[in-house]
Design a protein around this ligand. Sequence first.
Ligand code: FAD
Length: 594
Amino acid sequence: MAKQIILVPDIGDYSDVPVIEVLIKVGDVIEKEQPLLVLESDKATMEVPADAAGTILSISVKAGDKVGKGSVVAEIEVGAATAPQVTATAAAPAPMPPPVAAPVISAPIAGQYSGKVDHECEVLVLGAGPGGYSAAFRSADLGMSTILIERYSTLGGVCLNVGCIPSKALLHTTAVMDEVKTMSKHGISYGAPKIEIDQLRGYKNSVIAKLTGGLAGMAKARKVTVVRGLGRFLDANHVEVELTQGDGQDLTGQKEVIRFQKAIIAAGSQPVKLPFLPEDSRIVDSTGALLLKSIPKRMLVIGGGIIGLEMATVYSTLGSRIDIAEMMDGLMAGADRDLEKVWEKFNAGRFEKIMLKTRASKAEVKADGIAVSFEGEGAPTEPQTYDLVLVAVGRTPNGKKIDAAAAGVVVDERGFVPVDNQMRTNVNHIFAIGDIVGQPMLAHKAVHEGHVAAEVAAGEKSYFDAKQIPSVAYTDPEVAWAGLTEEQCKAKGIAYEKGLFPWAASGRAIANGRDEGFTKLIFDATSKRIIGGGIVGTHAGDLIGEVCLAIEMGADAVDIGKTIHPHPTLGESVGLAAEAALGHCTDLPPVKKK
Ligand code: FAD
C-alpha cells in the first residue's frame, strides 16, 4: 500500500478561495472523484474531488482556510479497501452542445408508488420561482399539460417575494433619497427626509403584489394548474403534495398525489446560516432585512457580497450606521477590482467600518443589542454591539429537501442536483433548473434554464450554451459585468485587449453629475471578438445588456464602435469603449504615436 498526497487541482480562475466545508474525516474510505472540500467565492461554489481512491490518513485544511491550485488537501493510503462504486462517473456538464451527461455520483434506487392519484400531467414543475414559473409557462405554451407546485401563497419564489424585486424597490427609493441630497449643488434644496417606514414597507409590498398577482393571472391564462403545498417525490413518476395555507407553510393536513410524465425540479435555495449565531429576532437573513421592521441605529452586515452590499446601501441611506465584515480581502468578489474600486471610492464615508479579512466569530444576545466578536486583520479588539445583524454569506440549494432519491435523482453532498447541458438529471425524464443546479444563483440564469428544460421536455433540441451570464450589484454606483473579467483572462492565460471609456468624458454622465464610472470592453487578442465587459456607474445594470448581446453575437470592436448609439446617453459609452479599443475615439485625447 502506498501513500499519496491529494492536491487542489486547477480550479480555473480562482485562487485563495475560502474552504467553507470539509466533507471528509481521518479514517474515511473515499472513492475517486468523491468531493472532499467545498470552496466558495461569491461567484461560484465548487467541490474539490479526490483524484484517487483510498483511506484518509490526514487532512491539511479546515473550514475558513484559503486554498488555490496545488494546496495540499489530504494524505491518503491508496490500495486500501475502497467504498463500492455504484455507478461510473460520467463527464462533467459542458456549456456547449452536443449533449453531455450529468455527472452521476451514486444513483439512488427509485421508489415504487402504486397508491391513489389526484392529478395527472405531462409536465410537473416543483417550485414557482423565476426558474419554475418560466419552465411551467414555456411547457404550457408548447402544448403540454402542466402542473406547478408551490408551497407559498404567491408565485415568483425568492426573486419576486424576498429577493431581486423587493430589494430593488427599496434601492430605488434610497437612490432617489441620495440623489435629492446632491441637488443643493444645483441650487435646489429640499428639507431633511421624513421616513414613514410603514408606508415604505407598504410600497415595497405593493410592488411584490403587482408582480406576483400578474404571474397568477398568466398561469391561469395558460391553463397551468397551480397546486399549493409542499412537494416531495414518491417515485420517478409521482409527487406527493402536503397542501399548505395562510401566508407561510402551514399544513392543512391534506395530501394530493400527482402523476407526471416529465418533471422539472426548480426548488431553489435558502440563505446559509452561521451555526455560532444564536436565535434572536435581531439576527436576520436577507428575507428578515427586507421585512424592514425598523431602522436600526447600528447594524452589522456579515458578508460583503452583492446581497450584503445592496442591503447595506438601503439601510445606510435610511439612517443606520453600518459595519461590514468580509472574510476575503475585497468586497463584491467576482468583479474586476478596478470596477469595485470606483464603488469603494464613491462610498467612502457611507459605512462606519469595512472590515476585510475579518470574520464574525461569536455573538452574544444582550438586552441592548447583539454583542459580536471578530477575528482577523480588521477585527476590533472589543466586541461590538448592534441593533441588527444581517447574515449575507451565501445561499445553499434545497436539493436535500424534496426526497429526490425516491425518484432515483442524484443530489450531491451540498444539495445541488447535477444536470447536463439540456438540464436533465441522471433520470432521463426529470430535469432540474435554477439555484438548485449551481452557481451563479441568479434569476436570469434560472429563467434561461427553465426555458431549455421545457423545450427539451417537449422534444426540441435545446441546450444551455450561454456564452455569458451577467452579474450586477445594484449598489450606488451600480457595478455590472458579463463574460470574462480581466482577472479571469489573466488566470486562464487568455491574451486580451481592452477598450476603456471613462465617464469623465461622457456628456450625459457629466450632465447627470455622476461621472465617476467607466465602461470597459475586453476583446480576445487573436479573434478580436468581444469576450467580456464591465461597467461601473449609474444604471450599469441596464447598460450591460448591450455587452451581453455583443458577446453572444460574437461582435468585434468595429461592429460595436460603428453601431450608431444615441447621444447623449450613458449607453454610447459602450460604442466609445469599442472605439477606444481600436485606438481612435474622438471623444478622448489622441493616442500617442509610438
Ligand atoms: P427560487 O426563487 O428559490 O424559487 C424556488 C421556489 O420553490 C420557492 O418559491 C419555494 O417556495 C419553492 N419550493 C421549494 N421547495 C419546495 C417544495 N418542496 N414544494 C413546493 N415548493 C417548493 N438574482 C438576480 O438575478 N438579480 C437580483 O437582483 C437578485 N437579487 C437578489 C436579492 C436577494 C436579497 C436574494 C436573496 C436573491 C437575489 N437574487 C437575485 C437571486 C434570485 O432570487 C435567485 O437566483 C432566484 O430566485 C432563483 O430562482 P429559482 O427559480 O431557482 O428558485
